[in-house]
Each structure stands twice: as structure tokens, then as C-alpha cells.
Write a protein that binds this ligand. Sequence first.
Ligand SMILES: [Zn+2]
Length: 276
Amino acid sequence: MPRHIVCLTFNFDTQSGFIARGMTTPTPLSRGEFGLIGARRILTLLKAHGVHATWFVPGFTIESHPSACAAVVQDGHEVAHHSWGHVAPAQQSRAEEEADLVRANACIERLSGRKARGYRSPAWDLSENTIDLLLAHGFRYDSSLMGGDYWPYRARRGDQVELGKPFRRGEETSLIEMPISWSLDDYPHFEFVRTATSVLPGLQSAHTVMASWMDEFRYMQRSVEWGVLTYTMHPYVIGRGYRMLAFEELVKNLQAAGAVFMTMEEAAAEAQARMF
Ligand SMILES: [Zn+2]
């Protein structure tokens, strides 16, 4: 029997990503604040369609917006780890990264009654210590790497790279990688971001983006008997009205096509039992 799993995942960053980048004037902060409205809309949509999702929630959001985070737990969604302050591990020392990991996990435990099973790095940039730290702190899965699409795989540590030399694979660990892609992330498709040195144009047609995301599911159905497809969204991005309409169409189309919706923790457990 073919079985095609979909994980809807929401990075509930609110203002944290802007603050981490030094964008602390009122307008960028308000842009993150819109995530509170977006989150309410998403929870309503998920409930209407009977879908449980995974919310990667920074400790910052849990401490700053406790009632919005409690609503996520109340609706039965998984809360997973997304750092405390949305600083990418690649920019931290090992000690800083571990302190941030522990601090945010304590927030998640207070919110949901248990520590996180899964981790996703801010800005998708792991450090060379991240996999080690996740294993040491009892995580089951990571969702920050791009080395696959429909099949989870075992995260490695100790890959060796040096300019001018061939790539050497490190050892596989017990941590399950639930792969992601910028192409299946709402942020680069939709967000207009201007900095001193770059412009991310974003602002694409929501229907066009969701049609591409549906095609990704169809290709998974065509190419594997069993697989997991992960979509990544941000409440302040997907929560805008015309995007919510297109997103709801996607959920309906996925359901009609036979998608099995699961949290990442459930999908990682199924991958563990089935693949490894
Ligand atoms: Zn984030």
C-alpha cells in the first residue's frame, strides 16, 4: 500500500528573527507581531481540516507571547525547538549554542509539559557542534538539512571538507534528519526584504507557489511508495489573507490526493520503524 505523508510545519518566530538581525525599529517588529494574527488563522484552518502540525517555536516567542503559544498546545499540535533567540548556531560558540538549547528547551517543557523531540535551526545554518548537542540532549530528529526530499535519513557528524580535497563523509548518527528545502518554504517566495546590500523580491502569486507545492507532492507519489514531504511556513508570512486562501486550497487538494498528515515527531517515528 503506498503511503505518502505530509508534515505541515510552522516556524513561529514573531519578532525574534528581526531582533536577531538588529532590525529593532517599530515597523520590522510589527511585521513579526503580525504572526500572532497569522497563528490564530492557521490554528482555525488546521482545526477545520482536522490536521495536526508541528510548530517550531523559539523560547523568545514562548516567553513574549504565552497565550498564543498555549493555544498551539491546546489544539494538540507538536511544539518543537527553534532556539531561544533565533541566532543561527553557525554564529555561536559551542557553549553559547548549548546554553541557548537548554534555555529554549526549558521554555518548551514549561509550555507543553515535555522537552522537544525535534529541532530546526534558525536560518537553517547548523554549526559543526549541533548534531552532537542534539544527541546529547535527547532529540530524536532534526529538520534543517537539504540532502534529501522524500526520505528521511540519518544525520552525520564529522564530515570533512577542505578546499581542493574530495569530500569525506562523517559517521551516521541515530538522529533522524527530516529534510527541508528553501523551495518548500514560504519565506523566499513571499517576503520582500531590502537590506543595505541586497533585495529579496518575494511577493509571488500565492496560487502559483501552492501549485508548485502540490506538484512536489504529486512527484513524491510518482517516485516513491512511501515518503514524507515537509512544507515550512511562518505565521507572519502565510497568515496574509490571499495566501491563506491559497494555502487552504493546497490542504484540500492534498487531502483529496490521499496525503496522510502527521506531526514531524510521528513521521520521524514512522521513518525510524520503517527505514532504519
Ligand atoms: Zn525561524
